[in-house]
Design a protein around this ligand. Structure first.
Ligand SMILES: NC(=O)c1ccc[n+]([C@@H]2O[C@H](COP(=O)([O-])OP(=O)(O)OC[C@H]3O[C@@H](n4cnc5c(N)ncnc54)[C@H](O)[C@@H]3O)[C@@H](O)[C@H]2O)c1
Length: 366
């Protein structure tokens, strides 16, 4: 059991279910015995975790645009979900430079149409809205951002996530807090890594592609540091927030940060070296440093996760080594394994993650 079994036999709707995080979340919820529904515009990559795990045949999938308010509202009214996890977004920073307007309509107007649909719900429903650590106004300080810090965003992707947060807050204040059967939580997490990601301009994807093709990994900023965390870490946070709201154990309408341990802040170069070692790459020349910097990336942005610890008894589970080992195991099984059932392998990774969290007595494992 985990999450007090609150997801068992419940209808859970995930927007963005065909994406990287959405596919992992769907798999975990299926494992918890939930009846999973998905609403996404497309399958964003080839290959995709959604297809590799054959999720289309394991959950109820609907292709639709979150900006289409009527279609989304009709779907929610038809499904009558007990839980909604809103993940659908234009989530790639480089794409936000090429398609700023599309990024803003998807991330901001899309969130507004989810909120409109939530206002129309007439049954008990717990809604978790996923934004990002990039929603904070990054003033480039060394401290972790707290939920009370200012929102902002200098680039379009970050600004769209900050704007989505403002829209959530005004719908909450004006309408949703007055609806007694709706519970709402906002989840902010940073860069996540894990098996099953094939999105462009993400370092893990670049690494794996280079290893598979026996090429050097091209990296732009070897000394850039990121607080790396495995995808299962924020997902355990989202599911805990959903559970606690459902059980009335935490305040309604609040944002929560879900970030990694401080020691997981490593440079891009260190991460690539570690991945190469675990992949058993023999070549001396693993990395090629390029000076091609096509867009400005925010410097280190850390999250302070004291609120999640205090109110949800949540902290991250894996150390850096476990995180990278899980990723390499997943991709090696996919590319080198002999007809491995990737759905079973993904379930096994989730089970191992739960076992590790149990050892640390995390409340959500009960
Ligand atoms: N991956 C990360 O490192 C990271 C970090 C912080 C926050 N997030 C946030 O987590 C969420 C999921 O991220 P991800 O990495 O899985 O993204 P992804 O790019 O892998 O998937 C995006 C999903 O959104 C769907 N989508 C895009 N536009 C849509 C639209 N107009 N209508 C309906 N569906 C649409 C896609 O079909 C896909 O299912 C996003 O909100 C993202 O901003 C991700």
């Amino acid at each position: 059991m985990a999450f007090h079994n609150v997801y068992r036999n419940k209808k859970v709707l995930i927007t963005g279910n065909t994406g990287f995080k959405g596919a992992w979340l769907s798999t975990w919820l299926l494992m918890l015995g939930a009846d999973v529904y998905g609403y996404s515009i497309d399958i964003p990559t080839q290959p995709s975790m959604f297809q590799v795990l054959d999720l289309e045949n394991k959950l109820h999938n609907h292709f639709g645009d979150v900006r289409n308010k009527e279609e989304l509202n009709n779907y929610i009214q038809q499904v009558t979900p007990d839980f909604i996890f809103h993940l659908a977004a234009q989530a790639i920073v480089s794409t936000s430079y090429a398609a700023p307007f599309d990024t803003i309509t998807t991330n901001v107007v899309g969130t507004a149409s989810v909120l409109e649909s939530i206002c129309n719900i007439t049954w008990p429903c717990t809604c978790i809205l996923i934004t990002s650590d990039k929603a904070y106004n990054n003033v480039e300080w060394i401290w972790g951002y707290r939920e009370v810090d200012a929102l902002g965003g200098k680039d379009v992707y970050s600004g769209s996530k900050g704007a989505a947060e403002l829209i959530i807050k005004c719908y909450w204040n004006s309408f949703i807090q007055k609806i007694p059967h709706i519970k709402l939580g906002i989840a902010r997490a940073g860069n996540v890594i894990g098996g099953g990601d094939w999105a462009k301009d993400r370092i893990i994807v670049d690494c794996i592609n280079a290893f598979v093709e026996d090429k050097e990994v091209e990296i732009r900023c070897p000394n850039a540091t990121r607080p790396w965390q495995h995808v299962l870490e924020p997902l355990s946070g989202y599911l805990t927030l959903g559970q606690y709201l459902h059980e009335d154990r935490v305040d309604n309408g609040e944002p929560f940060n879900f970030g990694p341990r401080a020691e997981q802040t490593k440079t891009v170069f260190e991460l690539v070296q570690k991945m190469a070692k675990l992949w058993e790459k023999k070549s001396e020349n693993i990395v090629k440093i390029t000076d091609n910097i096509p867009f400005n990336e925010a410097t280190l942005l850390k999250l302070n996760c004291d609120k999640a610890l205090a109110f949800l008894n949540w902290h991250s589970t894996f150390n850096y080594e476990q995180c990278v080992q899980f990723i390499v195991d997943w991709y090696r099984s996919f590319y080198i394994g002999n007809k491995i059932d990737m759905y079973q392998l993904t379930l096994k990774q989730i089970e191992e993650y739960i076992l590790e969290a149990e050892k640390q007595h995390l409340d959500w494992t009960i």
